[in-house]
Ligand binder design. Structure first.
Ligand code: HEC
Length: 152
């Protein structure tokens, strides 16, 4: 077999194999500047969105309510920190988006739905902004969580 034919065969096999594999997950993407799935522009876009729509409950620096880990007298939860010190990293990307679109289950909290308020791009930007506060250990742990919690 000619060398170029062999090369073409190998390339063809590689393309077929790549097409059969799972599509890469969005969260796995590493932006050249941030090393994370989002860009610097998204973080900058998310900052005023957070200040306008989220800070009133989650705090200006996403630090959450003072005792976010203690249930309120009515059995619901106060707004948790989103800065990497609470449990937001236990939610894969699709669930974070969904929570912001749909708001709280009324039995769990009073967060409003943002589906008709924010665009998908703004929701991604606001996630990028609060994740930019996460230390690398939390971010890397979140990536594992994201990989193991596929969208149903
Ligand atoms: C009126 C208050 C209020 C506003 C405004 C609000 N939230 Fe919340 N948020 C809550 C409460 C309370 C919870 C906890 C109960 C729950 O899980 O639904 C919560 C939970 C969350 C969670 C889940 C975190 C976790 O660890 O489970 C995310 C993510 C979130 N909010 C993001 C946002 C973003 C982004 C905005 C702005 C676009 C926003 N919230 C605006 C009250 C609010």
């Amino acid at each position: 077999m000619r060398r170029s034919t062999l090369l073409a065969l190998i390339l063809f096999a590689a393309v077929v194999l790549a097409a059969c594999g799972d599509p890469p997950r969005e969260a796995e993407h590493r932006d050249g500047e941030t090393g994370r799935w989002y860009t610097v522009e998204q973080v900058l876009q998310g900052s005023p969105v957070f200040a306008e729509h989220c800070a009133v409950c989650h705090g200006a620096r996403a630090e959450g309510a003072e005792e976010w880990f203690r249930r309120l007298p009515d059995g619901r939860w106060p707004p948790p920190a989103l800065n990497g010190t609470a449990h937001a990293w236990h939610h894969p990307l699709w669930q974070l988006r969904q929570h912001i679109r749909d708001g709280s289950d009324p039995r769990h909290g009073n967060m409003p739905a943002f589906e008709s308020v924010l665009t998908e791009a703004e929701i991604d930007a606001v996630i990028a902004w609060f994740q930019s506060h996460w230390p690398n250990e939390i971010y890397e742990a979140w990536l594992v969580y994201d990989a193991n919690t596929p969208e149903p």
